[in-house]
Design a protein around this ligand. Structure first.
Ligand SMILES: [Mg+2]
Length: 225
C-alpha cells in the first residue's frame, strides 16, 4: 500500500536533472505548491543503529562497527557470512528491535524533525511516514511518533518502493535512487552504509533536519527560536 499523489501534484515535480549543488540555498520544488512528502522511519526519524549493533553483538557476537557499518546489506559483512547467519537470523534481530515498545518510548534521531514536519503540515503539505517495516511494527511505530509528537497524515507500513511522492527523505540508497529516477526530489539521510552513493544532485545528501528544512524554506522553521 502506498499513497499516490494526484497528477496535478506529480505534474509539477521538480525535474530530477535539475539537482542542487552544495551552495544552493533551496530546492527547485515550487514553494507555493502543496506537496506530498514521504519520510522514512529507521535511520531518519528513529535511530535504529545502536539497537542493530547491540542486537548482532548480543545474539551472534558480531560487531558490525568493526567493518565500519558500511554496508546496507547485512550479508556483505564478512563477520555475518563467516558466522553463517541466515536471513531468518538477521530478520529476528531486526524484528526484536522493530517490535520493542520500550525502544519506541525514546527520543528521535533528530529532535528538529518534528518541528520541520509540523511546519510542512502547517504550510499545507501532506506528510506521510513511510516505512518498509512490517504491519507487526505498526503499533510501536505509532507509539514512537506519538511519544515524540511527530505529526503526520498517514503511516504507511510495508512500503516496497517509495516512489509517487514529490519529496522523499530516506536513508536507503535504493529508495532514494528509485524515487529520484521516478521524478521525485529525494533526500538521502547520511549514514555510514550509504556513503558510497553519489548524492550531490538528485538524490541529494543531507546530514540532519536543519539541512532538510532548508530545502523547503520559508515553510520550514529556523533551528533557533
Ligand atoms: Mg530507513
Amino acid at each position: 500500500m502506498r499513497t499516490t499523489p494526484n497528477t496535478e501534484r506529480t505534474g509539477r515535480v521538480a525535474e530530477p536533472t535539475r539537482g542542487w549543488g552544495p551552495t544552493h540555498s533551496g530546492s527547485d520544488l515550487d514553494q507555493g505548491q502543496e506537496l506530498a512528502i514521504a519520510v522514512d522511519v529507521d535511520g531518519v526519524l528513529f535511530d535504529h543503529i545502536p539497537y542493530v549493533l547491540r542486537g548482532f553483538r548480543d545474539a551472534h557476537g558480531i560487531d558490525l562497527a568493526d567493518e565500519g557499518l558500511r554496508y546496507w546489506d547485512f550479508f556483505q559483512y564478512q563477520a555475518v557470512r563467516e558466522a553463517g547467519l541466515t536471513e531468518e537470523c538477521v530478520r529476528s534481530v531486526l524484528d526484536r528491535i522493530e517490535t520493542d515498545p520500550a525502544l519506541h518510548e525514546r527520543g528521535p534521531r533528530d529532535p528538529f524533525a518534528a518541528r520541520v514536519m509540523d511546519a510542512w503540515k502547517q504550510a499545507g503539505h501532506r506528510v506521510d511516514v513511510v516505512t518498509a517495516r512490517g504491519e507487526i511494527s505498526r503499533e510501536v511505530t505509532r507509539r514512537f511518533l506519538r511519544t515524540n509528537e511527530i505529526p503526520y497524515d498517514e503511516l504507511v507500513m510495508e512500503a516496497e518502493t517509495k516512489t509517487g511522492w514529490d519529496l522523499l527523505v530516506d536513508d536507503a540508497a535504493h529508495n532514494v535512487l528509485a524515487a529520484a529516477d521516478d521524478g521525485s526530489t529525494a533526500l538521502l539521510m547520511d549514514q555510514p552504509y550509504n556513503r558510497d552513493v553519489d548524492a550531490q544532485g538528485n538524490p541529494h545528501r543531507v546530514h540532519d533536519w536543519v539541512e532538510v528544512a532548508r530545502l523547503l524554506e520559508p515553510a520550514a522553521p529556523s533551528p533557533t527560536p
